[in-house]
Design a protein around this ligand. Structure first.
Ligand code: OGA
Ligand code: NI
Length: 359
């Protein structure tokens, strides 16, 4: 099955609505989904210094630091499915320049952005909705989606043309791919597997890597809507770079929503559905959503590190035992991601519905 060539109804850019006093009905969420401000909480997802994992020194103290860092990551993966890393090797300048390039893009005149308008066929380019259900309630955001890997999908013609943009976006992609490789090693070791285990299951060097830049315009009625509805990320792992000064990301913890306070120049790392499947639910992808702000726009760069799209992903044999049988049947990522591309963000309904039924 494929996604259709066209959206079911004309696309409205959320950015073009943000100066009005009220939001159109299409963005008003049912009561139960609206953000509520009655759960103020001071919790934050763990912040982990990643530096020890970038060194390979065999000094006793470095070995001990590496073990301690792995233990922190292990706990964060189990407790939260989300954590922030600092001292991860990407230069703050590159992170700042990347955010600036994308801010510049969203501030271009509308006619220039429209040249990159996307379709549900591949989602590449400038978009304003996820899912193709006619009449669906929409999220308060616009976005830009592009591919880095596999190489055959990388197409500069589908990248925006902004001064220095291509070089900066390219360098950002290379550096984040490298960091994701190091993170997958840490996760593999923490699962009790060889360090190259997850990378190999993802397809070795043939992985998928893509970027969705989310732009959340300011919103006159932020209590009625969401910037991005609750979802878990369908892919392998996500590295999010977001605005230090405008909070918005909320992570589900038990039955409440925790608003993440981003550390300066941190990446927010989260487990996607494919790692939940490969790890046979030792690690779970966690639901998250985005709230919007009445006074400030917000920008985030979500980098998705995914398995090669045509290999079947299933629970690793090493993690399947008599006590813990395989929870999910094999499915390729190509097939898997159609769900969110057709239906839009729907909590954890996809990965939950996959569960093998056992009588
Ligand atoms: C996403 C996502 C969060 C954010 O793009 O999948 O969850 O803060 N983004 O923009
Ligand atoms: Ni997400």
């Amino acid at each position: 099955m494929n996604c259709p060539q066209d959206w079911p109804e004309p696309i409205v850019r959320v950015q073009s609505l943000s100066e009005n006093g009220v939001i159109p009905d299409r963005y008003i969420k049912p009561m139960a989904e609206r953000p509520s401000s009655d759960h103020p909480t001071h919790a934050n997802i763990p912040i982990i210094d990643f530096q020890p994992l970038l060194s390979s020194s065999s000094d006793d103290s470095d070995v001990a630091l590496r073990a301690a860092t792995l233990a922190k990551i292990s706990e964060a993966c189990r407790e939260w499915g989300f954590f922030q890393i600092v001292n991860h090797g990407l230069s703050p300048e590159l992170m700042d320049r990347s955010q600036k390039i994308w801010r510049d893009f969203f501030h271009l005149p509308m006619e220039m952005k429209q040249a990159y308008a996307n379709s549900p066929k591949t989602y590449e380019g400038y978009g304003s909705r996820l899912g193709i259900e006619k009449g669906a309630i929409l999220d308060w955001s616009d976005y830009y989606f592009l591919h880095f890997l596999p190489f055959c999908l990388k197409d500069y013609n589908k990248w925006p043309s902004i001064p220095d943009g291509r070089e900066v976006i390219d360098e950002y992609g290379r550096e984040v791919v490298k960091l994701c490789g190091t993170l997958l090693k840490a996760l593999s070791l923490n699962l009790g597997l060889k360090e190259d285990f997850l990378q190999n299951k993802f397809g070795g060097q043939d992985i998928g890597a893509c970027l969705r830049v989310n732009f959340y315009p300011k919103c006159p009625q932020p209590d009625l809507t969401l910037g991005l509805s609750s979802h878990s990320d369908p892919g392998g792992m996500t590295l999010l770079l977001c605005d230090e000064h405008v909070a918005g990301l909320q992570v589900r913890k038990d039955n409440s929503w925790i608003t993440v306070k981003p550390a300066p120049h941190a990446f927010i790392v989260n487990i996607g559905d494919q790692i939940q499947v490969l790890s046979n639910a030792m690690y779970k992808s966690v639901e998250h959503r985005v709230i919007v702000n009445p006074a400030k726009e917000r920008l985030s760069l979500a980098f998705f590190y995914n398995p090669k799209s045509d290999i079947p992903i299933e629970p690793a044999k090493e993690l399947v035992t008599a006590d813990r049988p395989a929870l999910y049947p094999p499915k390729t990522f190509d097939e898997y991601r159609l769900y969110i591309r057709l239906r839009g963000p729907k909590g954890k309904s996809q990965v939950d519905s996959l569960k093998c039924l056992r009588g």
